[in-house]
Ligand binder design. Sequence first.
Ligand code: AOF
Ligand code: ZN
Length: 368
Amino acid sequence: MGDRQHLEECIRLASQARGATSPNPMVGALVVRDDEVVGRGFHRCPGDPHAERVALDEAGDRARGATLYVNIEPCSHQGRTPPCVDSVLQADIERVVVCTLDPDPRVSGGGVEALRAGGLQVDVGELADEAARFNEAYLSYKTRGVPFVTAKAAISLDGRLATRSRESQWITGEIARQRTHQLRAETDAIAVGIGTLLDDDPRLTARGDNVVGPRYRVVLDTNLRTPLAAKLLGESSGRVLLFCGPDAAADAEAELGAAGAEVVRVHRGDNGLSWDDILAELAAREVMSLLLEGGSAVLTSAFEAGIIGKLFLVYAPLLIGGSAALSLWGGEGIGELAAAPRLRHVRHFDLGDDWAVEGYLQAPEPPL
Ligand code: AOF
Ligand code: ZN
């Protein structure tokens, strides 16, 4: 097997911890000697050993003269765990192959440099784009200081989120809804607008076996209209964060605070609340990924502000029609076709009777 296949295997290993590693990246490692895999590992969660450490421990003496594959550069700093480069040097590894550097400012090429200084051959860049998309949330957070935003919606074939009477439960089928819970389980925070909260009364939890929900459940609620009886306040899994505008009523803030929500006041933006303020507040809480689940006003504002990194749309074979029905992207929309954002790295697949389309409005750049 070649380098590429081994790196693909690292990503497969790492993905076993999807949803559990934040604020760390997902990392997998393989120790290969004479074309035989003698050690494998992945990083399970913050505080647990890094992937390289696990793989090297499994390899033991057989690591001598072997090649280490890992999807991100080994770290060179003392964090919650010791630097991986020390373990790699001690194990007498001969060659290291990584997809990308680690954008963490404490590492940022320092791992590769230390290994080369120790006489090892280090190759960087194979499978770099795939590895960057795999850790898109971590990369966005470390390089741009903001969470990676995924907009998710269930829509009719003609792009409507709800009927003119704001009915949306359910547009898509059971299989698509299960996939939504999986997406929720993989994200650090999930957000909806107050319109969706009032229409649908969602709990914003991830349901399913062995599923850990998002750390934050967020409502964009300019005037603090969230009812005290809202289902999301009655759920204990995931803190509730309500973003409101500068003029929201103080008594509503106190009542919602007493009901267990955290209220954060932010500035107004061009269309709704300031995304800059919201993303900065979430970043300060180590939120690397944000899943936007609508509704139309929030998604429209997010499209207009250009903050969406990725779209995950599920289309149902259903037509709603009507200019008063809520659409995925309302408002003025785009005038010139040349200015219409085109998705990149598009994938589509069946979800029961529905279809998912996934693609990037901003694809993460691999740090090389
Ligand atoms: C690696 N291998 O498996 C991971 C790395 O505080 P710690 O010990 O959890 O370290 C977290 C940082 O280590 C994280 O920000 C990133 O730079 C790196 N993650 N590095 O060599 C791994 N998870
Ligand atoms: Zn490490």
